[in-house]
Write a protein that binds this ligand. Structure first.
Ligand SMILES: [Fe+2]
Length: 262
C-alpha cells in the first residue's frame, strides 16, 4: 500500500563486553550478526528499526557492539531500555545518529511512542507517573495519526507463571489510558523472548523473539525454547491496519538449501 511505513523490530540482543559471551549457550554477538544479516537481505527496504530493550546483558561494554552492528542497517534505530540495560551508559554510548532513546517519532501516518518501563534493580516493569503522563499527552495531540507504542515489558499475561511475575505491573493504568484513545493500534514489546500476537479491544499486542536465546511459551517455570532467533517485520498502513510477521534464522537456512538444490 502506498505510504505504508515499513519497520523492523529487534529485541533482547543481550550483548556482553566480550564478543564470545553466551546466553543459555547462544553467542549473543554472533547471533545478532546473523539476524541482522538476514534482515538486510530480506527487508533491507525498511525505513526504521525498533529495538525493545536488553541491548546488553548487565555489561555496558556491549553498547559499542550494538552501535557497530545496528549501523550496518543504515536506518534510524528507536530504542527503549530493558531491565538488563544501564540507561546512563546507553545514553552515553548510543548518543547521536542513527540511535534515538525514548521520546516519540512521527513517521508518515503514524506516531511511534517509546516508553521506559524499567524499575532500577528489578526484573519486572512499571511505568512511572511521568511516563504515563507523557503517554497521555502524546496520545491527546497525535493529530489524527495512528499510534504504535513500544516498551520492554509485557502488559498482559502470557500464561507463563514465571514470566508473568516480571511483566508490566501497572498494566491497568497503562490500558486505562490507551483505552481512551482509539488512535492506538499496536503495542510492541520484548523481554519475553518469544513471539506473541493477540488483539485486545482492537489493538494489536505483539512480542518478538530475541535475537539470541528463546524462552519456552506457556511454561510455568523458566525453560529454554530451541526455536531460532529472529525479528518482526511490521507494515503500518495509512488506514491504521497492520501487516506483520516474525522472521527467523531457520527461514534463511531453508532458503540457502533451496538455492543450493536449484
Ligand atoms: Fe531479555
Amino acid at each position: 500500500m502506498k505510504d505504508t511505513l515499513h519497520l523492523l523490530q529487534f529485541s533482547d540482543p543481550h550483548l556482553f563486553a566480550r564478543r564470545d559471551g553466551l546466553i543459555k549457550g547462544v553467542c549473543s554477538y554472533d547471533s545478532l550478526g546473523r539476524v541482522l544479516a538476514l534482515a538486510r537481505r530480506r527487508h533491507g527496504e525498511c525505513e526504521a528499526v525498533l529495538l525493545t530493550g536488553d541491548l546488553v546483558h548487565d555489561e555496558p561494554g556491549g553498547y559499542a557492539d550494538i552501535r557497530e552492528q545496528f549501523a550496518t542497517l543504515g536506518k534510524p534505530v528507536y530504542c527503549v531500555p530493558g531491565n538488563h540495560d544501564d540507561l546512563p551508559a546507553m545514553h552515553r554510548e548510543l548518543s547521536g545518529s542513527p540511535f534515538h532513546i525514548g521520546g516519540h517519532a512521527d513517521l508518515k501516518a503514524w506516531r511511534l511512542i517509546f516508553l521506559d518501563s524499567v524499575v532500577p534493580g528489578a526484573a519486572h516493569g512499571t511505568l512511572a507517573d511521568t511516563e504515563l503522563q507523557r503517554l497521555e499527552a502524546l496520545l491527546a495531540d497525535a493529530g489524527g495519526r495512528h499510534v504504535l507504542i513500544a516498551l520492554h515489558h509485557h502488559p498482559v499475561n502470557l500464561a507463563s507463571q514465571w514470566l508473568d511475575q516480571v511483566k508490566l505491573l501497572n498494566d491497568r493504568e497503562f490500558f486505562a489510558i490507551t483505552d481512551r484513545h482509539p488512535s492506538v493500534r499496536a503495542v510492541c514489546w520484548g523481554h519475553v523472548h518469544q513471539s506473541f500476537d493477540v488483539r485486545r479491544k482492537g489493538v494489536r499486542l505483539l512480542a518478538v523473539p530475541s535475537t539470541c536465546a528463546q524462552f519456552m511459551p506457556n511454561s510455568a517455570q523458566f525453560a529454554i525454547d530451541h526455536s531460532a532467533p529472529g525479528y518482526r517485520r511490521l507494515a503500518l498502513n495509512p488506514d491504521g491496519s497492520i501487516e506483520t510477521e516474525v522472521v527467523r534464522l531457520e527461514a534463511q537456512a531453508r532458503d540457502d538449501s533451496q538455492r543450493r538444490s536449484a
